[in-house]
Design a protein around this ligand. Structure first.
Ligand code: C2E
Ligand code: MG
Ligand code: MG
Ligand code: MG
Length: 278
């Protein structure tokens, strides 16, 4: 019997592995055509200032309209794109498209807040990355203060000196910088102060858990204090309830982003939101 069980388990693992390989092959194959066929589109999720209640920024989030797969979410393809290196050209498209959209809003008199773009580690490590950002700003004509780059904590903690240098160059160009998914990437606290950061985004896993027990709320409170002492504005990600909003506001969090305020919106709807803000 034990032997049978073992065999079944082996079969189970094998079919799960097969499914994973098939999914990967599928995504990798379709991904090859995604840029030339113009299948990518950006959505924008607003974040809200806790004090004024007004829109404080918009995060550009990538979506993939694949004819056979439908609207594909990043969790299903960003990993594959990173492994294959395709993320570099995809990221370049995102940067240009976000700047183009932001400039259109700027021209329409609608833009008073930065548009944030997620940068993958692989893209950031390209030798010409800083130049690429400047190129996207020049090509679009967007004022640099309206572009914000989100770098993950894990990206920043590798090759720290080179990262600091690149970040300083980016700051000199006038863009804003955020540390994304903060709390998930083993930050070295002694290095944290050396990064020229404007925003610290508390990862949504901490927000999700913070009202369940005392340690959970203490961790978020400490992150807010730490971020402020680094001179950052604090953004809480994944805020879904008004209880969470209440606690974050009470603890001095500056901005919140999450389904409580809005889901990510297609460009047109995000534009309408900016218009309604006046
Ligand atoms: P992220 O940068 O941390 O983005 C926030 C994610 O949380 C988004 O997922 C957003 O839709 C989701 N979210 C926002 N509010 C809530 C909420 O209240 N509850 C929950 N459960 N989720 C919420 P999305 O759009 O699926 O993106 C997932 C991740 O994919 C992003 O995490 C980012 O790491 C990556 N990503 C997205 N777009 C890009 C891109 O253009 N380039 C790169 N390199 N990565 C991207
Ligand atoms: Mg982000
Ligand atoms: Mg995040
Ligand atoms: Mg996240």
């Amino acid at each position: 019997r034990a032997k049978d069980g073992g065999r079944n388990q082996l079969q189970f693992y094998t079919s799960e592995m097969n499914a994973r390989v098939t999914e990967r092959t599928l995504i990798e194959g379709h991904l090859r055509n995604a840029l030339p066929r113009q299948e990518f589109v950006l959505y924008f999720q607003p974040r809200i200032d806790c004090v004024t209640g007004r829109v404080a920024g918009l995060e550009a989030l990538l979506r993939w309209r694949q004819p056979e797969l439908g609207l594909v979410q990043p969790d299903r393809f960003i990993g594959v794109a990173e492994e294959t290196g395709r993320i570099v050209e995809i990221g370049e498209w995102v940067l240009h498209e976000a700047c183009r959209q932001a400039k259109a809003w700027q021209d329409a008199g609608l833009l008073r807040v930065p548009v944030a773009v997620n940068v993958s580690a692989r893209q950031f490590r390209q030798a010409g990355f800083v130049q690429e950002v400047r190129g996207a700003l020049e090509a679009s004509g967007l004022a640099a203060e309206y572009l914000e780059l989100e770098l993950t904590e894990s990206l920043m903690m590798q090759n720290i000196e080179a990262v600091i240098m690149a970040m300083r160059n980016l700051k000199e160009s006038g863009v804003r910088l955020s540390i994304d998914d903060f709390g998930t990437g083993y930050s070295s606290l002694s290095y944290l102060r050396r990064f020229p950061l404007d925003y610290l985004k508390i990862d949504r896993s901490f927000v999700r858990d913070m009202l369940h027990d005392a340690p959970g709320s203490a961790i978020v409170r400490s992150m807010i204090t730490l971020g402020h002492s680094l001179g950052c504005r604090i953004i809480a990600e994944g805020v879904e309830t008004s209880d969470q909003l209440g606690y974050l506001t009470q603890e001095g969090c500056d901005e919140i982003q999450g389904y409580l305020c809005s889901r990510p919106l297609p460009g047109e709807q995000a534009g309408e939101l900016l218009y309604l803000e006046g």
